[in-house]
Write a protein that binds this ligand. Structure first.
Ligand code: F6P
Ligand code: MN
Length: 347
């Protein structure tokens, strides 16, 4: 009846009003960053990156329509009429960072070379604009991963050598996961915080401050179809996990594989586990699948700041000295005790 509908409407208004009041009181990105001692210019740079990510989030939510919109809504996306989402995402971040003034140069998984921006910019940004992009075909998890370092005074803005700094030099790293909700994981070296994008008002709200990766786990993540290519330590380690309660680990393990690092690492941050993309013997010239600058280093920083470990099998990921911007590394990231156990197989 009409009466029922109007009651329902009143109730909905009441819920919306209460939610809005509650959301507006939640802690926002800016105040957490200030509390963590981030300098104002870095905060402004992070907000610039996140403005780009909000746009990507919108495109991603448009799904198959994004290619169409990509060629009509944005002046900067030209050329082909149907762009793929990873190309659109790269263009969005490249444009917004180039125009911001804060950035001297960027390196992106989608660009062959370093892209020079403002010669007077104080920062360098590296990013994977859309990690796990093959998941776009199946409407599954994808995300943007980024890291920021200082731009050395001596560098020319098109000089790639300034990007060849170990992960220990990163001043901020994060990812935005485009899932059922859009979530940001961010660290400036004072813990890792998780934020959720409030799509009604537009801000990232702090939903899990100082997230901690549980030190133990019974969950692992590896692409088992590559098993025959793994080296002996990984073979032995995974065999022992598979043996469950009957093997030396004396417990049953569960396995998960999102096929987007950003989704797998989000699970590790949320409830622990070990995520591995080890070296394998298929192509000896490749040290692994994942990229040091765009994937391994930012995730290593986030997980270490949450109490987990991130190793290549032979050393800490963040201490690897890059030799080229698109360098790959083997990756073992996750719960402290599980990564330590895995590493004991390498000895
Ligand atoms: O960017 C590389 C990547 O898509 C990661 O996000 C993901 O973890 C991995 O590759 C998936 O690899 P595979 O194709 O072996 O499942
Ligand atoms: Mn990727």
């Amino acid at each position: 009846t009409i009466l029922d509908v109007s009651n329902l409407y009143k109730k909905t208004c009441c819920i919306t009003h209460t939610t809005t009041r509650y959301l507006l009181r939640m802690k926002r990105l800016n105040s957490q960053l200030q509390e963590d001692g981030a300098p104002m210019e870095l905060i402004l740079l992070l907000r610039t990156i996140l403005a780009g990510c909000k746009e990507i989030s919108f495109r991603v939510s448009q799904g198959a329509l994004a290619g169409v919109l990509g060629s009509t809504l944005s002046e900067n996306v030209q050329g082909e009429t149907q762009k793929k989402l990873d190309v659109i995402s790269n263009q969005i971040l490249k444009d917004i960072l180039s125009e911001s003034g804060y950035v001297k140069a960027i390196s992106s998984e989608e660009e062959d070379d370093v892209v020079p921006c403002n010669p007077n910019g104080n920062y360098l940004v590296s990013f994977d604009p859309l990690d796990g992009s093959s998941n776009t075909d199946i409407n599954s998890l994808i995300g943007t991963i980024f890291s920021i370092t200082h731009a050395p005074q001596w560098m020319d803005s098109d000089d790639p050598s300034a990007f060849l700094q170990p992960g220990t030099q990163i001043v901020a790293a994060g990812y935005v996961l485009y899932g059922p909700s859009a979530m940001l994981a961010l660290t400036t070296g004072r813990g890792t915080h998780l934020y959720t994008l409030d799509k009604t008002h537009g801000g990232f709200l702090l939903t899990t401050p100082n997230v901690k990766v549980p030190v133990q786990t019974a969950e692992y993540s590896i692409n088992a179809s590559n098993q025959r290519h793994w080296e002996a330590p990984v073979q032995a380690y995974i065999n022992d996990l598979l043996a469950g309660t009957e093997g030396p680990r004396e417990k049953d393990y569960n396995m998960r594989w999102v096929a987007a690092m950003v989704g797998d690492i989000h699970r590790v941050l949320s409830r622990g586990g070990i995520f591995m993309y080890p070296y394998d013997k298929r192509d000896p010239s490749k040290a692994g699948k994942l990229r040091l600058l765009y994937e391994a280093n930012p995730m290593a920083f986030l997980v270490e700041q949450a109490g987990g470990l991130a190793n290549t099998g032979t050393g800490r990921i963040m201490e690897v000295m890059p030799t080229e911007i698109h360098q790959r590394v083997p990756v073992l990231i996750g719960s402290k005790e599980e990564v330590e156990t895995c590493l004991s197989y390498y000895k």
